[in-house]
Design a protein. Sequence first.
Length: 445
Amino acid sequence: MTDLLLRQAKLVPLGAPRDVRAPKADEPQDILIRDGQIAQVGQSLEPTPESFIVDAEGRWAMPGLWDQHVHMTRWSLSLNRLDTSGVSSPQDTLDLVQAAIARGEANTPTGFLTGWGHRSAQWERQPNVAELDAVTGSVPVVLISGDGHHGWLNTAALQRLGIPLRDGIIEEDEWFDVYALLDGLPGATTEAEAGVQLAVDVARRAGVVGIVDLEFSGSWEQWPLRFAAGCGPLRVRTGVYAGRFPEILATGRRAGDVIPGSDGWATQGPLKLISDGSLNTRTAWCCSPYAGAEHLAYPLGRPNFSKEQMLDLVAQAHQAGLHTALHAIGDAAVAAALDVFATTGATGSIEHAQLLQLADLPRWAKLPVTASVQPAHLLDDRSVTEQCWPDRTDRTFMVRGLLDQGIKVALGSDAPVAALDPWLAMSSAVHRGEPGAPPGIQSKP
Ligand SMILES: [Zn+2]
């Protein structure tokens, strides 16, 4: 096999004990890569006749990046969807939808017009089905919120999907079931898969070599087919939700075991449980009420599972040698998640952890539980955080505070909630803003 000799690359230092290969981090080195592995690092390495030489001219070299939280099918679909992230009212959205239908954007393989990105928590009123029907007529329209936790559907879409008719949006558990209905539409697979290779290419160009795919459908079934069709290369850990968890248990696969048919590129990922809601939908489960929560049915948000259900599922995963990825956004949900990990002895991650009780951090540090956070959310959610959690912004979207406590932190995007862009995630984590922008909400300690 041909060697790759990378000339004059500066190595990003990765913590003291591993620096043996980097005598001086800022001094450019040559890197010899043989059979896909780093064989040698040093000054003026000798090429062999077959060496393929690339001069890095002093650029930085670092290991490939992982995105710890991706919904790949949703992300690839979002690349081709009506972008509703800029709207600020139901009327804005209706104007956008009407214009898209006029441009023929509903001529999709499924015949549906799908939008993605609106954030209605700050709207003066909640949207309704009748006003959407008025601009769409018989074209089925599905508008997915930017946090993925609710959908605003018109009557044509409700009818085509066999969902009971209603006046308002569909949220949380009832909404999560709609993803499967959308996936089952004739033409849906064609629509989704067309975007996957594009999404993979974009991720790879950003330095991403692996993702944890927490897609709602069976990503362990999808990836072998994608690889067979020439998609990749990309390493993937495939997660599973409670609904199809028994199928994974029946395979006997443990965390990290290779997914059959994937040629080693895909491995068994975690059981994913969505233990509470989201900030934007104001369903994340908190210790104290949302600001202005008087009219909400659940002023604290609420858990999606009973404690017994959570303990049972997480214990089953642990006994089967699987990790659990527990979605918990509100501080009450994070506390409950820590209880479940402590009681079961299970390993895994808490996903999101957007609001924390500071008193929970020391006990978290003692558990084998990673904080899997998506720093770019703090940009999208800056104003909604100030509106909904004005009394506790100092405990939101913590990253430094987690590290200082000795909690292992892994970064991700939750694409399509934020773009699958590790550089945006790192910039948000470090500067709490877009590159070059003024800092956002500050968290202490
Ligand atoms: Zn997610």
